[in-house]
Design a protein around this ligand. Structure first.
Ligand code: C5P
Length: 233
């Protein structure tokens, strides 16, 4: 189940499809993350099109709304037949349960459903001042992960450095999806808490999410293959 997910943060269907064309001769088709930027620009049709090309898809829309709205939205998204999607754990256990219900098809099948705990862009200071959450951020992440598990979700998105906290609290089978991946010899961009694909494997990540190190590489296929080699070993 472990895999490298390529974050296709493009703002049009043309851009993402011409990027994916580069992988036509690659024996392994990348697992693709479609986020809000591309989804809001190109709509559900781009999901169907990338799926039809044989890619697995993580639809990263981070739902956070009242339980009834999330349930009905997940019902709509389940028809897109993606492989993974997500919600914010801050929406509460009830909301996460509603998401799971909506996503589950009549035959019982469903995509993996994971929760965002605290965004990696949220610091301890902002969490305390803006959100009035006073506990240490590691405890908050572990608690949100436990809530996601109680709601029946499959795992969480977290920084690779938090994956071990999550595994300790929820067990090794609870999925950790980790962005913030950089090659040892590359720039960090705007990511702060980063690690290499090999280190992410050691820490226990199940899926790494890699954006610019692949999408902005001179040779994206070679960069992707390097991630796969380092992460999957
Ligand atoms: O280009 P880069 O490798 O930094 O892209 C990382 C991807 O993972 C982006 O799509 C970003 O939105 C996403 N992400 C993240 N940190 C989180 C959650 C998602 O970097 N906590």
């Amino acid at each position: 189940m472990r895999d490298v997910i390529v974050a296709c943060d493009f703002s049009s269907a043309e851009q993402v499809l011409s990027f994916l064309d580069k992988f036509a001769a690659c024996p392994r088709k990348p697992f693709v993350k479609i986020g809000m930027e591309l989804y809001y620009a190109a709509g559900p049709q781009i999901v169907r099109e990338i799926k039809a090309r044989g890619h697995k898809i993580f639809l990263d829309l981070k739902l956070h709304d009242i339980p009834n709205t999330v349930r009905k939205t997940m019902q709509v998204l389940s028809a897109l037949d993606v492989d993974m999607t997500n919600v914010h754990a801050a929406g509460t256990i009830e909301m996460m349960k509603a998401a799971l219900e909506g996503l589950t098809r009549e035959d019982g099948s469903r995509p993996l459903l994971i929760a965002v705990t605290q965004l990696t862009s949220t610091s301890q200071e902002r969490m305390e001042k803006d959100l009035l959450i006073k506990e240490p951020i590691g405890d908050v992440i572990a608690h949100y992960a436990a809530n996601a598990q109680e709601a029946g979700l499959d795992g969480v998105v977290c920084s690779p450095l938090e994956a071990s906290i999550v595994k300790e609290r929820c067990g090794k089978d609870f999925v950790a999806v980790t962005p913030g991946i950089r090659f040892a010899d590359a720039a960090a961009d705007d990511q702060v808490r980063i690690t290499t694909p090999a280190r992410a494997r050691e820490i226990g990540s199940d899926f790494i999410v890699v954006g610019r190190p692949v999408t902005a590489a001179a040779d994206p296929v070679a960069a992707y293959q390097r991630c796969v080699a380092e992460f999957l070993g």
